[in-house]
Design a binder for this molecule. Sequence first.
Ligand SMILES: [Zn+2]
Ligand SMILES: [Zn+2]
Length: 201
Amino acid sequence: MTVEQFQQAGRQSTHGGMFMADGAKTLPMRVDLVPIGEVPAPVKREASAVLRSVYDASVSIATDQDLPRDAYDSGRDQYRAEAFIDLAADAAPGDRAVGLTTEDLYYRRRNYVFGLAYLDGRSCVVSTNRLGTSSDGGFSQRSPEAVFGDRVRKEVVHEVGHMLGLDHCDNNRCAMSFSPTVQEVDRKEETLCGTCQRELF
Ligand SMILES: [Zn+2]
Ligand SMILES: [Zn+2]
């Protein structure tokens, strides 16, 4: 699916929500985690754990992939997110692929993204680059490492939800709520709300 179709599908889903029809057939699923560039082991562990707990997925870790140098924008010091989605899909044999990277990603006119997925696609990407801000805005007494791990888990659930056809959710506790800043990520849970779950399971 091209990005144009992705956006089109996103718009349609806001009004119609018809695209979800084959979501149920895809679960339980096999997911390959695809590290792109150097990815710390704890990030892979958090991503695997949450895919098992929320999606009941069987998870494999694919071979590390080199960074897509041609997707690097030196003026922005960022990478184009779409290249990572394509790379993850090409690198993984399973049903679905989740690219993981520590690099900073941008998408079109957005200054940065925590991740990107094609709606109802085969792959997505999550970047940990901007999830490490130590403050969680006073939401918990947890350590910076634990807060970071929570954010990684939530963003993985979020992008995989898009990959399975879920659109953004109005429930700001739901992992599918739109969360462009870490404060909004911290407010939501790593789980899907009942409405989103019923779309998939
Ligand atoms: Zn989203
Ligand atoms: Zn929801």
